[in-house]
Design a binder for this molecule. Sequence first.
Ligand SMILES: C[S@@+](CC[C@H](N)C(=O)[O-])C[C@H]1O[C@@H](n2cnc3c(N)ncnc32)[C@H](O)[C@@H]1O
Length: 222
Amino acid sequence: MVDSKAWNWKMVSGEKAKIWLEPSIESYYLLERWKNQGKKEFLDLGCGLGRHTILFAKNGFNTSAFDLSKEAIHRTEEYAKQENVVVDLKIGDMLNLPYENQSFDCILCRNVISHTDTEGMKKIVLELKRVLRKNGECYLTLGSKDSWGFKQETWTLVDANTRIRKDNGPEDGIPHFFADYDLIYKLFSEFSIETIYQLEDFYKNNKKMFSSHHYHVLIRKN
Ligand SMILES: C[S@@+](CC[C@H](N)C(=O)[O-])C[C@H]1O[C@@H](n2cnc3c(N)ncnc32)[C@H](O)[C@@H]1O
């Protein structure tokens, strides 16, 4: 299995940090869905700067946040203080989640669990199953094989689905697992897959347009 590596959040401040402080569109849907289902224990897995941690904590969820990056956890802690919410924060590797079995009703891991290889991905799926309660749900995104990243031959290929990113940004040296529909169905075969879709999102970098493709998957533990 390749080594895990945290994002270098020290490279992300000022203007660059803005998008990481604005909750993602689907997080508002999940907030309403999980509130209506009476879910209470929420985990923001790979919380980054804490945009979803704070959203859920402010809306009455018992919120835990977890990341491999010390800087991410420090900045999420400061954000929680500023917003006057209580959050349980932990630093660690998603390959071994530091939580008891069946701790959570709902988990959000947006653009996180792809940061490993195929073996690691199998381990994370087991960890999600372990820490979720019966009927617990998890919303996750996975990089798609349609993404430009999967086609970057300068990024070392470590197995059939995984490349190590190579650039000057906060993700340099971080493994990226890329999925397709069949692989996702196989990986999550022991869960109910509630919804699955692939999105192409567009962004500008040095005045050039780029896009990347991610699968968005909502799973439920039976
Ligand atoms: C793209 S950021 C997403 C942050 C957050 N989910 C959001 O949507 O704002 C990916 C995050 O996953 C974390 N990460 C990467 N590998 C990890 C691992 N093995 N265990 C825990 N967190 C990890 C990174 O440090 C980073 O904070």
